[in-house]
Structure formats: structure tokens, C-alpha cells
Design a protein around this ligand. Structure first.
Ligand SMILES: [Cu+2]
Length: 160
């Protein structure tokens, strides 16, 4: 009887061990697979990050997630330069006065400025300053002028 009990015990331990190892082996396989997969996916992820950084700004601006940019228009005795500038909705145009006299940039038509009423330096807290920063939030072709010298004109084209 004692020997029988020992045999049963040994067989029981062997069975439990085999069952346990069979139950655990899928887990071990999964871990091995994870360990196998992650080194190969990591370089791929890294290279795609590098690619997205390397994409030229022109390409990024074509995507709907447009990163707003700043553009500069210099205003001197010869007028606004560039005379026509094309920007995207949400971009900022910075008008820099180098005429040596006071100016006021404003949307057409002179003198009411109703084409784009917000685009009127005189009506902003930048009134009288030599730098006028304006964020264009409306798509369209916006003619503008120096309200204090209305012959000086320019144009901002705002696209989506
Ligand atoms: Cu005007």
C-alpha cells in the first residue's frame, strides 16, 4: 500500500507538472513573440518619426492640420513689398512701416474699410505703431491700403 501511494503521488506530480507546463507554454510563446516583435517594430517606428520630421513645410501646409506661419510685408516709400501675398487661413501677416511717417493699414474700400472690417490697424490696439500684426481668419482676396496715403495699396490672398 505504501508503494502504491508513492506511485500515485509521483504520477500525480508528473501529471500536474505536465499540465502546468502545457498551460503555461502558450504564455511563454506569447512572451517570446512579443520579445521577437518589438525589436523589429521599434526601428520602423523610429524611421517613421524621422520621416515625418523630414517632410518639407510645403507638404505639411497641404494637410488640414496647418501650422500657422508668419509673413512679412515691408512698407516703404515705394509701397508695400511684396505687393501681393498669399497665405493660408490662420496665418499672420506682419506689416512693417519703414516710411518714416505715420501709416495705418486697412482693408479696402477706402475710407470705410468694410471688405474686411477687422483688418484695420486703426481699430486695433496696434493703432499708430510701426508694426501691425494681423491674423487672417477669413478666406478671400483682401485688397488693402494705407489709410493715411490711400494711393499705396496691396493685396492679401487667404486660402483654406
Ligand atoms: Cu482707408
Amino acid at each position: 500500500m505504501k508503494i502504491n501511494k508513492i506511485i500515485v503521488l509521483v504520477v500525480g506530480i508528473v501529471v500536474v507538472t505536465v499540465v502546468a507546463s502545457m498551460a503555461l507554454s502558450p504564455l511563454q510563446n506569447m512572451r517570446e513573440n512579443d520579445a521577437y516583435v518589438s525589436p523589429s517594430t521599434f526601428p520602423v517606428a523610429t524611421s517613421s518619426v524621422v520621416e515625418s520630421i523630414a517632410v518639407p513645410l510645403d507638404t505639411i501646409s497641404d494637410v488640414s492640420m496647418h501650422t500657422s506661419q508668419e509673413f512679412f510685408v515691408v512698407y516703404d516709400a515705394n509701397g508695400f513689398l511684396p505687393k501681393t501675398i498669399t497665405v493660408k487661413k490662420g496665418d499672420t501677416v506682419v506689416f512693417q512701416n519703414r516710411t518714416g511717417t505715420r501709416v495705418s493699414v486697412a482693408s479696402d474700400d477706402h475710407p470705410t474699410h468694410l471688405r474686411y472690417p477687422d483688418f484695420d490697424q486703426y481699430r486695433t490696439d496696434q493703432k499708430g505703431l510701426d508694426v501691425f500684426r494681423f491674423v487672417f481668419t477669413k478666406v478671400g482676396t483682401w485688397g488693402y491700403h494705407d489709410h493715411l496715403n490711400a494711393n499705396m495699396v496691396g493685396m492679401v490672398i487667404v486660402t483654406e
